[in-house]
Design a protein around this ligand. Structure first.
Ligand code: NAD
Ligand code: TYD
Length: 351
């Protein structure tokens, strides 16, 4: 039985990838390795926890002895690596945590793969990365696979570094690797520190919606299940050593995005049109805030036949429905230390 190690599978994107692989490949054994940090949550994958081809392992990718013993024990055929510290604002407060998890953790997994893969035949180390490694665009242009790296936040610097290590292990040791760089994801199970779930939760609770700066920064948004389907395709059909950009061709300024969300939620909550828009509040801008990200995803479309499946309003409505129907999930993740962290660091009344 083929054994695939997925790291970070209790997080937002990882939980969708684990679910897809467990359901689609009953003859492959899926191991989900996650440290269950503040962002990891077993509730994200409780629907598959009793499946025969699934096993959860709690553990830290930065622990060298643990990772070495894990690889020795299971002899994985492939690794799909998503575990990471993922929030730009947190990286500004604590860059070292990002260096440890994202760079050291990735190199630790690369070392274990190198050591335990006696033959590289039918092996694959797949690193899931971000378009933020390419830096920030002006009003025009796109990120291509050969765009020079120019990371600007501690988060993107840590992801860029880990991408470089992954490529270096192919060049130096012949490790079979593949990398993808994706734009901003949205959808169910996203921790409500990121823009969309934070605003969904605040609209629901009639709390202010924090817009950094003037709200003119632009992001390209992709529904998380479309990212998971691209990851499946790249893992199974991507070419060894290649990089694939993944994006939604779906650019929004933060302000237009939040206004659209307010409109969708006013309807869903049977509130008067314009009600939630009044919650929009300008707050201090993020330090070094990247202006615009935009992905050219034509390589994965041409070579592997991948395209996003959902129109944005459809995906956004699905997402809002999910958060409104899963009140317990939202209450659980927003209880405890969640509010304290944000109150301490952001010092405004949006949290
Ligand atoms: P997330 O923060 O929701 O989940 C990260 C998961 O990794 C959590 O379950 C956490 O417990 C786990 N983790 C963190 N440190 C760990 C460690 N040391 N050992 C083991 N597990 C650890 O993140 P996400 O948004 O799902 O992102 C997943 C991956 O996709 C990341 O590598 C991120 O850089 C990349 N990515 C994210 C986006 C996005 O829009 N969210 C876009 C492109 C790429
Ligand atoms: P975020 O969801 O944190 O993703 P990323 O920083 O990886 O793109 O932020 C998306 C955009 O929304 C980004 O331009 C920052 C902005 N933003 C706000 O204006 N207010 C907020 O409260 C948050 C979390 C983000």
């Amino acid at each position: 039985m083929e054994k695939i190690l997925i790291t970070g599978g209790a997080g937002f994107i990882g939980s969708h990838v684990v679910r897809l692989f467990v359901k689609k490949y009953p003859n492959k054994k899926i191991f989900n390795l996650d440290a269950l940090t503040y962002a990891g949550n077993l509730e994200n994958i409780e629907d598959i926890e009793t499946e025969d081809n699934y096993e959860f392992i709690k553990g830290d990718i930065t622990n060298e002895q643990f990772i070495d013993e894990l690889f020795a024990k299971h002899q994985f055929d492939g690794v799909i690596h998503l575990a990471a510290e993922s929030h730009v604002d947190r990286s500004i407060k604590d860059p070292m945590a990002f260096l440890k998890a994202n760079i050291f953790g990735t190199v630790n997994l690369l070392n274990a793969s190198k050591k335990h893969w006696a033959s590289i035949e039918n092996k694959r180390f797949y690193h899931i990365s971000t378009d933020e490694v390419y830096g920030s665009l002006g009003e025009t242009g796109f990120f291509y696979e050969d765009t020079s790296y120019d990371p600007k936040s501690p988060y993107s610097a840590s992801k860029a570094s880990s991408d470089h290590f992954v490529r270096a292990y192919k060049n130096t040791y012949g490790l079979p690797i593949v990398i993808s760089n994706c734009s901003n994801n949205y959808g169910p199970f996203q921790f409500p520190e990121k823009l969309l779930p934070l605003c969904i939760n605040n609209i629901k609770n009639n709390k202010p919606l924090p817009i950094y700066g003037k709200g003119e920064n632009i992001r390209d948004w992709l529904f998380v299940e479309d990212h998971a389907s691209a990851i499946d395709l790249i893992y199974n059909e991507g070419k060894n050593g290649e990089t694939y950009n993944i994006g939604g061709h779906n650019e929004w300024t933060n302000m237009d995005l939040v206004k659209l969300l307010c409109k969708v939620m006013d309807k869903k909550l049977s509130r008067k049109a314009g009600h939630s828009g009044k919650l929009i509040t300008y707050v201090t801008d993020r330090a070094g805030h990247d202006l615009r990200y935009a992905i050219d995803a034509s390589k994965i479309e041409k070579e592997l036949g991948w395209k996003p499946s959902l129109q944005f309003e459809e995906g956004l409505t699905k997402t809002v429905d999910w958060y409104l129907e899963n009140e317990n999930w939202l209450n659980n993740v927003t209880s405890g230390g969640y509010l304290d962290y944000y109150k301490e660091h952001y010092k405004n009344d949006c949290y």
